[in-house]
Design a binder for this molecule. Structure first.
Ligand code: GRF
Length: 228
């Protein structure tokens, strides 16, 4: 009989994940924390940064993870950078890539190689507000809700089947920082959730949509609420 103190109750096969970052890495931290849970169905086998000064690298090292800097500036073109990236990913045994604030555009060829095996988090309710500075643009547009999205990556920027979204209200006194902080708190919730769903095999991509084996909420959110 096995000794339960020596054999932690890990999920039998955990999906091997590579996390790609370029900066502070707070979403990577959320994934690290999730993967530290005993029953979480994924494990991080490598954290890769294209920037040697990315703050997230320190946190990854503190967590005892294997880290790798592949500095895009050391390569003459995107193809050779991605060649080095691909070689590292293959050597790491990663089966899924999580982009977590990775600020390099990837070629269609690389993206297709990882089709339905690469996910990204974006700070808006896609397909609205693709690109940068989403919080500023949401405030300018005056929408009542904002949010974040985890999606499979496709060659077009911020495009691809949506796995999970969280919605936050836009408050009258919000500035980009306060709104961004509200969104970021939700990013840290839905990225681990999406990774769990993918790792558990509960996400199927069909006709360009991600079908999720779960129950959606059946209530509407109103901003302002009816009682206002
Ligand atoms: C997040 O807002 C994420 O949605 C976007 O880039 C930012 C990265 O932040 N893709 P962090 O490095 O995870 O803190």
């Amino acid at each position: 009989m096995s000794d339960p103190t020596k054999a932690p109750n890990r999920a039998p096969t955990r999906l091997k994940v590579a996390v790609l970052i370029s900066g502070r890495g707070s979403n990577m931290e959320a994934l690290i924390d999730a993967c530290a849970q005993r029953d979480f169905p994924a494990e991080i086998v490598t954290v890769v940064s294209n920037r040697p000064d990315a703050k997230g690298l320190d946190r990854a090292r503190e967590a005892g993870l294997s880290t790798q800097v592949i500095n895009h500036k050391n390569f003459t073109d995107r193809k050779s950078f991605e060649g080095a990236l691909q070689a590292h990913l293959e050597a790491s045994g990663a089966r899924l890539i999580c982009l977590a604030g990775f600020m390099r555009l990837l070629t269609g060829q690389f993206v297709e190689k990882w089709r339905d095996r690469m996910i990204n988090i974006h700070p808006s309710l896609l397909p609205a507000f693709k690109g940068l500075h989403t919080h500023e643009r949401v405030l300018e547009a005056g929408t009542r809700f904002h949010g974040c999205t985890v999606h499979f990556v496709r060659p077009e920027m911020d495009d691809g089947p949506i796995i999970a979204q969280a919605c936050v209200p836009v408050m009258p006194k919000d500035d980009p920082d306060s709104l961004g902080a509200r969104v970021l708190a939700q990013e840290h919730r839905i990225y681990p959730l999406a990774l769990r769903l993918v790792a558990e095999g509960r996400v199927t991509v069909r006709s360009g949509r991600a079908l999720i084996d779960s129950h959606p909420p059946d209530t509407a959110l109103l901003n302002p609420p009816i009682s206002a």
